[in-house]
Design a protein around this ligand. Sequence first.
Ligand SMILES: *Cc1c(COP(=O)(O)O)cnc(C)c1O
Length: 240
Amino acid sequence: MSEGTSTHDPAQPEIHACAGLRRVQARLDEALRQAGRAADAARLVAVSKTVAAERMKELHGCGQRAFGESYVQEALIKQAALADLPLEWHFIGPIQSNKTRAIAESFDWVHSVFRLRTAERLSAQRPAGRPPLNVCIQVNIDREDSKSGALPEELAELAHAVAALPALRLRGLMAIPRPSDDPAVQRDSFRRVRELFEQLRGEGLPLDTLSMGMSDDLEAAVMEGATLVRVGTAIFGARS
Ligand SMILES: *Cc1c(COP(=O)(O)O)cnc(C)c1O
């Protein structure tokens, strides 16, 4: 679709999705270069919560495959609308126990697991014949009352238990640090997540994923080893 035939409401200030994607990909490329890491060492999950299926389809048309969703009902509707596209679906939102079945049936990744009970349900409800569900454990790295996640001292026991569940594949950690405008403060939180990750690897868990970094802090996350950044606003514009 050319810009001239866009059906977007001109009253809605939104970034053209592909232009936003290219800008974010350029930021990611530059951050990886600055960090001295390989150009493919981190990839982008486009966070499409509240974004219409048509815009996701546009983004797929310019090369994006992985999408992150926070609300199960909304995601299921868009998955049905986009069923003909080979997308990779990441669940990144709060997990209510009455939604674990839908998540286990409909997603490829879940980033927001932090209770063993939730993980056990996801494993039990993953349909036979599907590959294992890829899981990251969410860590409440800055010990905020307002945030979900395992506390650092709870992590090792939880990670070993999750890794033992048959229909899950524990891939790594996810964190959302306390917001800060100071890149040094941002990096300090991400560094502590990476240290926990390295510690678990040292204990024999075969983890390969550090899910950290969003629109405002992806550079700091990449400097500290993020392998997967979750970006919404900088691709799609502000959520209404
Ligand atoms: C919404 C959300 C994002 C994306 O945040 P932006 O600031 O829009 O890039 C990333 N991760 C999680 C868990 C989210 O809920």
